[in-house]
Design a protein around this ligand. Structure first.
Ligand SMILES: *Cc1c(COP(=O)(O)O)cnc(C)c1O
Length: 339
């Protein structure tokens, strides 16, 4: 495929086979040096724990083309650290931070022709670790694969930065002491049916309440929730089963340091949505998606507007995306240059 055939203005969030992916194998107690390969098909044992027992985790991050032609990675050290925590939770070997970031850079450079031009999206990186090797019992795998592939993406929710409606789900995606805070496929398997039902009912995705009491908002599909109060507070759920998003973490820091908001990590009671003048979903794929309304018990609660983006959400979006694409100076260490 030549990149002349990519319509940069029509990019969504779809798999495209790009030129090269990184592959490293863990065997006899260590990761090998890793290589780039053109082959996008993995050849693994039918007994792989990833296939039967969900022993796998992944990451999602982006490389951005700047105005001056250089390439930015956004806080890759945070993705490396989170993947290490996911690996710990599933008894998989950690990929060292240095190897992780070096692999990201290799994959970005090897697929440079797939990086969308400045302002047209990003190159999405998908690192993952899977348990492989001959095995049948429920135990940690004898071998592992760490791989990263890349695809050019536009915006995740079709229509981009416009408010979307979400449906409160009756299902849980994670248990109170389960794997909600780890970026593992099992959480996503559990989310497929609720997500499907929400979309079928005309919503962008579903919102999960806390699995213990079903009274507080936890996650917006596969993104984190934030709300803005009339008292200039940035509120985001605090829970052991919420996935600690790097976008969320970054917005918390920017809300305080650049917008002068008070940041509160706390409960977001579903029966007290009226405290918020704006609300949004945030994540690498979703960036910031304004939440126009939330449907709960047959009633739609509308925040700022069903069609207009709120002013604080807009400022947060501009600040975050400005830093990512190199137009705005970010806090120290947030941007890692690839070239
Ligand atoms: C990945 C993910 C997020 C967002 O994390 P980012 O680091 O901001 O991309 C939020 N919720 C869930 C469930 C996720 O898997």
């Amino acid at each position: 495929m030549s990149n002349e055939s990519i319509n940069w203005d029509k990019l969504g969030f779809d798999y495209i086979k790009t030129d090269k992916r990184y592959l490293s194998v863990f065997r006899n107690g260590e990761w090998d040096n890793g290589t780039l390969t053109e082959d996008n098909v993995l050849h693994i044992s039918e007994g792989s724990t990833a296939l039967h027992y969900g022993q796998q985790c992944f990451e999602g991050m982006k490389a951005y083309r700047c105005k001056d032609g250089s390439i930015n990675l956004f806080r890759p050290d945070q993705n490396a650290a989170r993947m290490q925590r996911s690996c710990d939770r599933l008894l998989m070997p950690r990929v060292p931070t240095e190897q992780f970031i070096d692999a990201c850079k290799q994959v970005v450079k090897a697929n440079e022709r797939f990086i969308p031009p400045y302002g047209k999206g990003a190159l999405y990186l998908r690192p993952f670790v899977i348990g492989t090797g001959d095995n049948i019992g429920v135990r940690t795998a004898p071998e592992f694969i760490f791989s990263i592939f890349a695809i050019p993406v536009g915006s995740y929710f079709k229509g981009g930065m416009t408010p979307h409606k979400f449906l409160i789900s009756d299902y849980d995606r994670a248990a109170p002491q389960g794997t909600g805070a780890a970026k593992v496929g099992g959480n996503y398997a559990a989310s497929l049916q609720p997500g499907y039902e929400a979309k079928k009912a005309g919503f962008a995705d579903c919102i999960y309440l806390d699995p213990l009491t079903h009274s507080k908002i936890e996650e917006v599909g596969s993104a984190n929730f934030f709300g803005i109060t009339a008292n200039n507070e940035f509120v985001t759920p605090k829970s052991a089963s919420v996935l600690p998003g790097i976008t969320r973490l970054s917005l918390m820091e920017l809300a305080e340091s650049r917008l002068g908001l008070k940041v509160i990590e706390g409960d977001v009671e579903i029966n007290n949505l009226a405290r918020f003048v704006e609300a949004g979903a945030c994540g690498t794929a979703a960036v910031i998606t304004p939440i126009g309304g939330i449907q709960y018990n047959g009633k739609l609660h509308v925040f700022h507007s069903e069609t207009e983006v709120g002013p604080v959400t807009r400022k947060l979006y501009d600040e975050l995306t400005g830093i990512q694409s190199g137009d705005v100076e970010g806090p120290a260490g947030w941007i890692v240059k690839v070239a």
